[in-house]
Write a protein that binds this ligand. Structure first.
Ligand SMILES: Cc1cc2nc3c(=O)[nH]c(=O)nc-3n(C[C@H](O)[C@H](O)[C@H](O)COP(=O)(O)OP(=O)(O)OC[C@H]3O[C@@H](n4cnc5c(N)ncnc54)[C@H](O)[C@@H]3O)c2cc1C
Length: 494
């Protein structure tokens, strides 16, 4: 039991069970008094969720103190698994009363250290709230609980002819995706989470439950008041716990065609992208891989694509409209020197074609076994892409860094998948300096330091540079209004 453990180690901050961040108010008390507070807090949690809804185990806490990023593990003091919004609210009230930090946890696939408990506290794992609640087929929307993942939703929708297209690659929770404003390969056609969340149910730090667009509302558009839904999309758990999301759905396209094409230069690949978009082709995916990335993918998947800047494309529509889209695209890419086309219509060939792109993260890691990966995430106006890509590749070469590039080029968003030796502090430092330079290069080109992964722990200074002191003050004011005790995921974003 937790307190036995606490007594044995006598260490409050590192392993305290419900040590729970624990704010100086509790910290200043005697050991006996602290234990008694802890005991009360944990039994209050258990009264809400039952015994199996609370864990103080070291392994469980470690699993919940880390995501897929390179940021080190910062375990919470306690993990709770609420099963309803009422339970989330009751648990939040207990935390609020005792001034305990609250860290929402989806599936832990984040790439910016968002789930680390920087000040200890209580991890709210939303995994057990995994019901699809209201499906309105005729209105193309659905409401889900926070633990529903995008793959689970799409399996649920399989027989309806509908799907949810936002696809960050990982099988993330939909509310985690809302919290990070995720996107991915389909965003060029279907938008990001910002465009696809219609309403959110939120539990604030003090346990208040509210709906960002009004309870039960799900209009496709609205001009009613401030856009609170988009305030919470991308808030990374720092403003409240998302306990329901109402999402837009789309019809599954009648036909899909995929293609891969190589280019002599990065400029040629980007020019083709711009011209395809200018031609009004409703391209569903247009992904860029540089020569290093395609080489890694070839090795990892035993493929033989030319080692050159490459575009992966996908078209969605009716059979007739696809013919036209494909012909115009082929003309544009050929005029820009594109060659070695592979086209695929049936599911199996398409999946084989896209496998290289889908496995990019693992292919990059396989370049240096035993190393870890960190994905940068800048986004610039699309016309600036050739410049930033060329400069970035020169920077990587000059600094002897491994960083194959994969990008959602239709949105101007790309990632260098930095592969680094965790036991080489010099390399870590060079990567860190490189990622800062890259982000500042994006800012200098009117872009952003993060297109889809979020600010998390590592980009707080860059956020300040990006939006400026006045916008930061507005953000801090909003945070102070919604979470005056700074309990929601402290140490992140701001
Ligand atoms: C191989 C790989 C590829 C990826 N590719 C992409 C990509 O192409 N595009 C992209 O956008 N992302 C990508 N990601 C990142 C990741 O999948 C997204 O950031 C995802 O949105 C995180 O969802 P999650 O449920 O795992 O959230 P978590 O990692 O659990 O949490 C992320 C943040 O959201 C907060 N949070 C989680 N749930 C809630 C909630 N219910 N209420 C309030 N706050 C909450 C957490 O506190 C944390 O700050 C990739 C990740 C991997 C591992």
């Amino acid at each position: 039991m937790a307190f036995t453990f606490l007594k044995r180690t006598q260490s409050w901050h590192t392993i305290s069970p419900a040590g729970i961040a624990l704010q100086s108010r509790i910290d200043k008390r005697s050991y006996a008094a602290r234990s008694s507070v802890l005991e009360r807090v944990v039994s209050a949690f258990r009264a809400v969720t039952g015994d199996d809804g609370v864990s103080l185990g070291a392994t469980v806490r470690e699993q919940h103190g880390k995501d897929e990023s390179v940021h080190s593990c910062r375990p919470p003091d306690v993990v709770v698994w609420p099963q309803s919004v009422e339970e989330v609210s009751a648990l939040a009230k207990i935390c609020h009363h005792h001034r305990l930090p609250i860290i929402p946890f989806g599936t832990g696939t984040g790439l910016e250290g968002g789930v680390g408990a920087m000040k200890g506290g209580v991890c709210f794992s939303l995994r057990k709230m995994d019901r699809v609640l209201d499906l309105h087929q005729e209105d193309f929307d659905v409401t889900v609980e926070p633990g529903v993942t995008r793959k689970a939703l799409n399996s649920y929708l399989r027989d309806t002819g509908l799907w949810f297209p936002v696809d960050p690659g990982a099988d993330a929770s939909l509310c985690g995706m809302a919290a990070t404003s995720a996107s991915g390969t389909n965003a060029v056609r279907y938008g990001t989470m910002r465009e696809n969340v219609l309403n959110l149910e939120v539990v604030l730090a003090d346990g208040t439950i509210f709906h960002t667009a009004g309870r039960g509302r799900r209009p496709r558009k609205t001009s009613a008041g401030y856009n609170l839904t988009n305030l919470f999309v991308g808030s990374e758990g720092t403003l409240g716990i998302l306990t329901k999301a109402t999402l837009r759905l789309y019809g599954i396209p009648e036909a899909v065609v995929s293609a891969v094409c190589s280019f002599p230069t990065i400029q040629a690949a980007v020019d083709s992208t711009v011209q395809i978009l200018q031609a009004g082709i409703p391209i569903a995916r247009i992904e860029f891989l540089d020569d290093v990335m395609i080489d890694a993918c070839n090795r990892y998947n035993a493929l033989s694509y030319p080692v050159a800047p490459t575009l992966f494309l996908e078209f969605h529509g009716s059979e007739r409209s696809l013919e036209e889209q494909v012909t115009i695209t082929e003309d544009i890419t050929r005029e820009n020197g594109g060659s070695d086309f592979s086209w695929a219509r049936d599911v199996e060939t398409r999946e084989r074609l896209w496998k290289a792109r889908h496995d990019a993260w693992y292919a990059a890691l396989a370049l240096r076994p035993g190393c870890k990966a960190y994905a940068t995430d800048v986004c610039v106006p699309i016309s600036r892409l050739p410049q930033i890509l060329v400069e970035t590749k020169e920077d990587l070469t000059k600094n002897r860094l491994t960083g194959p590039i994969a990008g959602h080029v239709g949105d101007g968003n790309f990632h260098c998948l930095m592969v680094l030796d965790p036991n080489d502090p010099h390399e870590e430092q060079r990567v860190h300096q490189f990622t800062d330079r890259l982000a500042r290069r994006a800012l200098a080109l009117d872009g952003t330091c993060t297109g889809e992964h979020g600010v998390g722990l590592g980009k707080r200074l860059l956020l300040r540079e990006e939006v400026g002191p006045l916008a930061m003050e507005v953000m801090q004011g909003l945070k102070a209004t919604l979470d005056p005790k700074n309990l929601m995921n402290p140490g992140k974003v701001l």
